[in-house]
Design a protein. Structure first.
Length: 155
């Protein structure tokens, strides 16, 4: 199984070798994430998926399920993760940096957008920017696949 990711390029995985059979339903009767997300995407007619690089290796499994259900896989792009100084991904579970905390500290939306654009490689240096002004600058080829460490002064 292979697909072209807009950030990571060609990704190949033999699902059967990597994970064996895909779990579709858990013991408690709940449907597994892999099946739920595939059915949801198919029902909504999703044609493009952009998500964190930590989910890159779930994509071949999802493509296999989509095709088994008679669907057409969407295009995929997996963006790098933002990590803290210890190399851990920022997340709600770890009380990571939040938009609310940035707002409370006085950060303007343009500062946050510009800094995120810089972290992805869309701007050469951090500067305030609006999403609208970044649209003509956007190119998937500019997105760096490497995870990015947030400087300690932001934590």
């Amino acid at each position: 199984m292979g697909f072209v990711d807009r950030v990571f390029g060609i990704v190949r995985e033999t699902v059967a070798d990597a994970v064996g059979d895909i779990v579709l339903r858990r013991r408690g009767g709940y449907y597994a994430y892999q099946l739920a997300v595939v059915v949801d995407d198919l029902l909504m007619g999703i044609t493009e998926v952009v998500r964190g690089a930590d989910l890159l290796w779930s994509t071949p499994r999802q493509i296999q399920l989509i095709e088994a259900l008679g669907g057409t896989p969407p295009a995929y792009a997996h963006v790098p993760l933002m990590l803290n100084a210890d190399g851990q991904k920022l997340s709600k579970r770890n009380a990571g940096l939040t938009l609310a905390s940035l707002r409370d500290a006085g950060a303007r939306p343009e500062q946050v957008v510009g800094y995120l654009a810089y972290s992805l490689g869309l701007l050469p240096a951090p500067r305030p920017a609006t999403a609208v002004e970044l649209i003509p600058l956007f190119d998937w080829g500019m997105i760096r696949p490497e995870d990015w460490v947030l400087p300690a002064e932001f934590m």
